[in-house]
Design a binder for this molecule. Structure first.
Ligand code: ADP
Ligand code: SF4
Ligand code: MG
Length: 407
């Protein structure tokens, strides 16, 4: 894939503080280095780089498919296929997309829990994908993960003191004294309190806790290592709705208090909207859209994002929202469609009279508005008016089918 523009839509010359609003500054240029700031393009570029914690370029992670007695590689599941974007310091970057589109693989590759097939990724300027030995161990402490399933990720035979303590022990150095049991126990208690649990819970076992409490233990375990970055993979998906917002609020609060940066993955779009600063949308191993959360939800510019968002139920039960229904199933990531991967299901392509380009040319991510990128050849044609025309046409077809069936 050729990059026609900075995939993040990064705007040079913005305020670099982590708590700064993530939207583009008024009048800012979408071309890095082209700002008219009096301090000059070099200073702007340096500031933009300083705001970037993780920079991902053309990242690919394929899983080999083996067959036969010799277990020969006969193909690849292209779980992450040429993805590029930046995660800024202090932000919560939400990643959405249907199950199987590569969200978990992307996060796991960053943490080096999966081996990348190609591309590059840097963390605070360090090349993440070539780290080995001690430097990999050091990077692992700075980058932690919170899993979806708090029960499955905790060893049932370990008390909480050991569950949290084992990570500390593995990362003990002469400077942090984490090899000392007393130091570890004190730290475990401190971090239990940080996540809203009692210190003495450290003596209990996982089965003694509720789902929400177990997720808090998972968060304390990640936090105790003093990370800068957390990959939160569906951290509230296994929880009751009533508990979800408590855990989300805790994560948002911890982000502020510990200056954390998050890659936050969820398939629930409302959850992502609630917590994220910017959101990326993935489809079949590719990033297809990226924007500030408000922009993306109010004004999606990729036909796939439009369909995803249209499926979100309206919080008001009296509102009967019309959904844009996607045709067909997600194709196999082992044999993705040619050109634009979404072309087999794209409602916009159909509306435009099935242009050949969608089948022959892979659309690169390009800037549609400052800070808003989309990988669609016809992103400019995505508008509320076009969407409502398509939804109405769908309604007409559905009504006709229903009448046919009734007759
Ligand atoms: N260890 C693995 N071996 C082979 N295929 C895998 C493995 N892990 C994930 N996959 C495949 O990679 C694709 C992306 O999976 P995943 O990253 O888990 O997606 P998501 O988190 O978005 O649901 C899927 O097709 C999945 O079946
Ligand atoms: S490039 Fe074509 S097929 Fe792909 S999303 Fe855009 S209109 Fe649809
Ligand atoms: Mg997943």
């Amino acid at each position: 894939m050729t990059m026609e523009a900075d995939p993040t839509g990064e705007v040079a010359g913005q305020d670099g503080s982590p708590s700064a609003p993530v939207g583009p500054a008024p009048g800012a240029s979408s071309t890095p280095g082209a700002s008219s700031s009096p301090v000059g393009p070099a200073a702007n570029a340096a500031r933009a780089a300083d705001r970037t914690l993780i920079s991902i370029h053309n990242l690919k992670t394929y899983y080999p498919i083996r067959a036969g007695i010799l277990r020969r590689v006969v193909g690849n599941v292209r779980a992450v296929d040429d993805v590029s974007f930046d995660i800024r310091r202090g932000e919560i970057f939400g990643l959405v997309g249907e199950s199987g589109c590569g969200k978990t693989t992307l996060g796991r590759t960053l943490l080096r829990l999966e081996e990348p097939t190609g591309g590059s990724a840097t963390f605070d300027g360090t090349d993440l994908l070539t780290l080995r030995g001690k430097s990999l161990k050091k990077a692992r402490r700075r980058m932690q993960v919170i899993f979806q399933d708090p029960v499955g990720s905790l060893n049932p035979r370990m008390p909480v003191s050991d569950l949290i303590g084992e990570g500390l022990l593995a990362q003990a150095t002469p400077e942090n004294h984490w090899a000392d049991r007393k130091v570890r126990d004190k730290r475990v208690g401190d971090y239990l309190e940080e996540v809203g649990l009692r210190r003495d819970y450290s003596r209990r076992y996982p089965h003694e806790f509720s789902g929400g409490q177990r997720q808090r233990i998972g968060i304390a375990r990640a936090l105790a290592l003093d990370p800068e970055f957390i990959f939160a993979d569906e951290p509230v998906s296994a929880l009751d709705v009533s508990i979800q917002s408590q855990v989300l609020n805790l994560l948002a609060d911890l982000r502020e208090r510990f200056s954390l940066t998050f890659l936050f993955v969820a398939h629930n779009l409302s959850v992502v909207q609630y917590i994220s600063d910017r959101v990326g949308v993935m489809y079949l191993g590719k990033l297809v859209e990226l924007a500030d959360v408000g922009d993306l939800y109010a004004n999606p510019r990729h036909p796939y994002s439009v369909a995803l968002l249209s499926a979100v139920p309206d919080p008001d039960p009296r509102v009967r929202k019309k959904h844009l229904v996607l045709k067909g199933d997600v194709p196999s990531p082992a044999a993705p469609p040619s050109g634009c991967r979404f072309h087999t299901r794209c409602w916009l392509r159909e509306k435009l009279g099935n242009p050949e380009r969608c089948v022959t040319e892979d659309p690169p991510l390009r800037v549609i508005e400052p800070g808003h990128v989309s990988a669609c050849h016809f992103a400019e044609d995505v508008s509320d008016r076009v969407v409502s025309q398509v939804v109405q046409k769908q309604d007409v077809i559905e009504t006709a089918v229903a009448a046919d069936e009734a007759g």
